[in-house]
Design a protein around this ligand. Structure first.
Ligand code: AMP
Ligand code: ZN
Length: 461
């Protein structure tokens, strides 16, 4: 079988994937949503890439232990650790409490994940449920001499690590030399907050006691702490969107390396952005598209999933309504073709076909080419039950729910059902002339009516 090869952004190269523990499940950590607002379809492109990765791991026979965090505190409006906590800002915007909006948007996220047929994580952990772990982590870093205090918090001293920023190939000397941004009391431009003090004189909605006084954790520490809690210091794969490379993941690595001597994960993989009109799609920009907005326009959320499968996860994808239309058409055709195929009890899929599919998905998750193979199989000359069985297997990776889909009966207008009912009444009253007249009227309107033991059935002609 073709071995699984994945692109590791830490090594900046393709590497053969082998689980760290050949017996145990593959440890997978994916950075989750910041629940101060709804997630946009760009965020879901990243979650869909991660779901594809997980499904390909399962396809290869691995078990997967998937951990995802919910960021419900500490993500500031600026990556430079200044500005407001997004949760407190979201609370002000909506007139609800920070706790209420965390619950609201977490539920919305879970609903969207289900609509997109994304396999749920084994552990979905909230940052606010793991404050003790984060404090313990910072205490450890403090004891190892990696921290310092400013008037607004406890910071990580990145100058203590020779290879800080390696993941992003950061030019540290350049960053320090051209300190264009005001770094305040920070010692180095790349230093980041581990713990922020509650602003003096005001009470935050979300704050906790700590050895350094009341406050809240920085954004990066939650992932290091929760990954460590559920997967250990060194696990198989860590994922997120490409924007996480220079700051968030760089800092997660710094923290864990300082505490445990490991760089957290063996593979670092990133989903590249979904663009809107060739520009970055961002929640902070105000207007953004939600999965629900697609549904309101009559699109099946799985058409968006299909669209994402048509682009490789390591290239940016531009969202347009035309592209979504094409994806919806593709999905519709695939579903109809699949359902037209009969199933056969003893359908054994040819091994070479499965091997070809494996080679494609194992080539750094080449979904576009795997999708092309699915089409080729669907239109090919294998016996129909085999084509159906192959597509059903491939769909374990695509997640398009082919077998679950049912053709929707075209809705019959009320006026037509009324005519049919009137005809049934006329028959009951043995008024055959009227019944015939109504049958003719139905036929003129494009419907055949058949009498059945239970009443009648209407069929569009
Ligand atoms: P957030 O809720 O901002 O923490 O983001 C959730 C996930 O979506 C993270 O993995 C981000 O890297 C990712 N993300 C944010 N914007 C986009 C985008 N336009 N396209 C793809 N992924 C994105
Ligand atoms: Zn994270």
């Amino acid at each position: 079988m073709a071995s699984l090869v994945l692109y590791d952004n830490y090594a900046r190269s393709l590497r053969e994937f082998r689980p760290l523990d050949p017996q145990g499940p593959v440890g997978l950590y994916t950075c989750g949503p910041t629940v101060y607002d709804y997630q946009h379809i760009g965020n879901y492109r990243t979650f869909l890439f991660e779901d594809l990765l997980k499904r390909v791991l399962l396809w290869n026979g691995y078990r997967v232990r998937h951990v995802m965090n919910i960021t419900d505190v500490g993500h500031l409006t600026s990556d430079a650790d200044t500005g407001e906590d997004k949760m407190e800002k979201g609370a002000r915007r909506t007139g609800r409490s920070a706790w209420q909006i965390a619950a609201l948007y977490t539920q919305a996220f879970v609903d969207d994940i289900r609509a997109l047929n994304i396999l749920p994580a084994d552990v979905l952990s909230r940052a606010t449920d793991h404050i003790a772990e984060q404090i313990a982590f910072i205490v450890d870093l403090e004891q190892r001499g990696y921290t310092y205090r400013t008037s607004d918090g406890i910071y990580f001293d990145t100058s203590r690590q020779a290879d800080y920023g390696y993941l992003a190939r950061l030019d540290r000397a350049g960053l320090e030399a051209g300190k264009r941004v005001d770094i305040g009391e920070k010692r180095n431009a790349t230093d980041f907050a581990l713990w922020k003090f509650s602003p003096p004189g005001s009470t935050r909605q979300m704050e906790w006691d700590s050895p350094w006084g009341k406050g809240f954790p920085g954004w990066h520490i939650e992932c290091s702490a929760m990954a460590q809690r559920y997967l250990g210091n060194w696990f198989d794969i860590h994922c997120g969107g490409e924007d996480h490379i220079p700051v968030h993941h760089t800092n997660e690595i710094a923290q864990t390396e300082a505490r445990a001597g490991t760089r957290l994960a063996n593979f670092w993989m990133h989903g590249y952005f979904l663009l809107a009109n060739d520009a970055k799609m961002a929640k902070s920009a105000g207007e953004f598209l939600r999965i629900a907005a697609l549904a309101e326009r009559g699109y099946d959320p799985l058409a968006f999933r299909y669209l994402c499968l048509t682009g490789h996860y390591r290239t940016q994808l531009n969202f347009t309504w035309e592209a979504l239309d094409a994806a919806a058409t593709g999905l519709g055709r695939m579903r109809t073709a699949f359902h037209a195929l009969p199933s056969g009890a003893d359908a054994t899929i040819p091994a070479d076909l499965l091997e070809r599919f494996t080679a494609l998905v194992n080539d750094d998750l080449n979904a576009p080419r795997a999708l092309a193979l699915a089409w080729e199989t669907l239109r090919g000359d294998l016996p129909a039950p085999l084509r159906r069985a192959a597509l059903a297997r491939f769909d374990d990776v695509f997640g398009l729910g082919l077998a679950q889909w049912q053709p929707v009966e075209a809705a019959i207008p009320e006026a037509i059902t009324a005519l049919a009912q009137a005809r049934a009444d006329a028959r009951k009253a043995r008024n055959w002339a009227e019944a015939d007249r109504l049958r003719a009227a139905l036929q003129d309107a494009g419907y055949d009516v058949e009498d059945t033991p239970g009443g009648y059935a209407l069929k569009q002609k």
